[in-house]
Unconditional design. Sequence first.
Length: 172
Amino acid sequence: MAVLLWGIMIFIFGFAIHILVWKIRLPKRQVKTFMQIFAGVWFLSLISLIGLGITFPDNALLPHTYWEFIHISLLTLVIVLSYMNTYPGIEADSPTLVIVDAIQSAGPKGLEQLSLEKKLNDDILVSPRIEDLLTDQMAYLDGSTLRLTQKGRIMARLFIFYRSLMKAPKGG
């Protein structure tokens, strides 16, 4: 019971801080800030739980064994990674979400394909992604040419490897 309780509570506490920080000021490097928040909350929570476990050794709602702390950490990690997996859909407009939203907004009469194609332009779909690459230092501008940084090349190789491992077709 302690593992489930504290794994979820650590995530909720980190999530609350994440929302608070985003309400105050949207960080430039969102993923980095996100990871720093959750890593800090995880670390401070485990230290606090160790102290509480020592102070209240008979409390069944507190973790007391090494394995309980490992399980809490793993559960928290799984929840955080699951949230991180959904976050890009919240953070930026994906082509599919833009299409579905446009069709839904058109109502029962539907949406002309030409109208949709005009809505799906580079300002909505491409430019924000380029800005993200530049902000996260995955790419840089060399005059008017985009070039990958070492970090960007590593990420590209990782995705290429993953796609080949999954035998995924090329495309989006």
